[in-house]
Design a protein around this ligand. Sequence first.
Ligand code: FE
Ligand code: ZN
Length: 516
Amino acid sequence: MDMQVKKKLGLKERYAHMTRGLDWETSYQPMDKVFPYVKYEGIKIHDWDKWEDPFRLTMDAYWKYQGEKEKKLYAIIDAFAQNNGHLGVTDARYINALKLFIQGVSPLEYMAHRGFAHVGRQFAGIGPRVACQMQAVDELRHAQTQIHTISNYNKYYNGFHNWRHWHDNVWYLSVPKSFFDDAMTAGPFEFMVAIGFSFEYVLTNLLFVPFMSGAAYNSDMSTVTFGFSAQSDEARHMTLGLEVIKFMLEQDPDNVPIVQRWIDKWFWRGTRVLSLVATMMDYMLPKRVMSWKEAWEIYAEQNGGALFNDLARYGIRPPKAFADACEAKDHLSHQLWGTLYNYGAATAIHTWMPGTEEMDWLSAKYPESFDKYYRPRFEFWAEEAKKGNRFYNKTLPMLCTTCQIPLLFTEPGDPTKICYRESDYNGDKYHFCSDHCKEIFDHEPEKYVQSWLPVHQIYQGHCFKPGTDPTAEGFDPLAAVIEYYGMNFGRDNLDFEGSEDQKNFETWRGEATRNA
Ligand code: FE
Ligand code: ZN
């Protein structure tokens, strides 16, 4: 007997039906009207079908994998909370790295979700559209799992309760925020180079590995777990970033100079954001994983170097700022930590000066720079604080219009001189931290004159609560701004030494390990 048995589809066919097969050419409306953003950046795509899908994943398989991961993650978060896992971390200074994470990084995950959903809608090819859609869902999941995990710390420690508002307003957080705002307001191809390639492919190891290894070294199992859960999506994201670049470069030689300019821009913007991670690694982890300099050498110089060798065949050269970024590895973290310490009254993290052993570690890791330039400064500040002269800077710094970092970094080749550049545009003067930030501005001044610079906003009176009178007798502008920020003075900010976090941690750990 002959039976017509319906053949089960192979993985490849099934995948083709569930992705490519879903696409069609519009007929009621011209394609250009349906996909209005695809052409204006100047990128030329001749055949979207040449797109190679990096991961042949269908939505149903996707949900199954992700669901499994969620189950494991939430079981660990639960166990961590029930066992007061937070009392097991090395010391309470570590918790400030988590504050920085929820204030500065998790909101970026959410923005990445929005960004990928947006470009997923805008690409005229089904391949990248499906990949972007999955990444959008991943990023939303990352934001959620991070908020859920870290909310347990919010029950016990200061500096977590108002992170969303801080992200949008506070000076050191406008650095990561402006990075993503810049990417989101670019066209879809530039967004992919900014986030998919520069951020996810070139720089992500320098962001996630330090935080997650930092968590592991400092016994924070809950953070390690959300980190692993997110990192397992990362392989897909990195491949997407690389595929997009290669696709653009292969489609038309006219795309090469446009892509190169974006790589130059976003590599530099990325390294500026990473200065916060550098500082976290060298100063905020009681038990260090490796120095920023070592991480930079492995992930940027070696891995990045190999990547750009590979891209050379497309006519792409390493980012223009590469040499300057490498030169800065000896100085970045020390200069930024010094600034955070100085402005510790206006941060929602605690700051401190490293102890003797920690200074020795820094000397060993930074033989060219630490003893010569930074140790004397830090020892002097620590001495002064001991004598009761802890100095909190109450003036407002000049910010770089592009990366929004206060002008605190030094000239390449001269760590004793602040690097300062300026441009005139339409009768106004704009300030920059570097040649590279100036160049980014000069190429698109109309975009960057709109930058929401926290310091300018304070001076314009936009960061006071309604009813505040700056002309009143004894008006304290810093106190008024802290109030607007929703920071609790003395609890969220100032020194770690003597903080509520420090005292509570001591007491609770004591109760957990001794007979009270
Ligand atoms: Fe993510
Ligand atoms: Zn800058």
